[in-house]
Design a protein around this ligand. Sequence first.
Ligand SMILES: [Fe+2]
Length: 252
Amino acid sequence: MIDIHTHILPGMDDGSVSIEESIGMARMAAESGVSILVATPHCNLTGVFDNYYSSNFENRLITLRKVLQKEQIPIEILPGMEVYGTEEVPNLLRKGRLITLNHSRYLLMEFSFREDLLLTEYLIHEVKGLGYLPIIAHPERYPYVQKHPGIVYDWIQQGCLIQLNKGSILGSFGTRTRNTAIALLECNLVSVIASDAHSSARRTTDLTMIREFIENNFSKEYAEILLAENPRRVIENTDLIVPYNTCQARYI
Ligand SMILES: [Fe+2]
């Protein structure tokens, strides 16, 4: 499996707090059958987690790779960011201050928990105009999406792809988030599931349970597309499989 959304770079945001924690997260991922993690620290959260692309960013990535090699943990770490949606995003992209997932066309984006559909529509339009494809991180967590899940369909019509968090599907963020996640899965609106891991204790990199859940309640094929095939296509910068008509939803 390949996990395209993790906060494994130590000391950059509210994710891993130390190199030891990052080692634990990588080990846990490997043990659950993950071979590649994309490191996606929060960025463009002004004054909280700026984390714009820089040599410091690259150096932290290189350091983590070296440590994992020394520890003999078979995990590859690739560069990425979870970009917070503000009006500045198009300009920051032009200036090279934001990066996509493994420098592909796919930009992982999160939005405010407060509804601002005009801004999201503007951002999707602008980001696409620059030649990128937005992957919207965990839309199921936004209260306005929980109220009107059809918003996700509109975002897809505008050219976005959808990434759900494993914890949302498994119930870690409450019933509303879970029900929304399941509904989106049942409607085949999801392209990727990722861990959005923040540590090795809670919100972890372990994908065992989510793989089993999707296999048992949907299908093995659906699990493979969401946890392995589409994430691979993201980091290889090729077209994703749109999973229409591939799943037999049995979840009640
Ligand atoms: Fe995240």
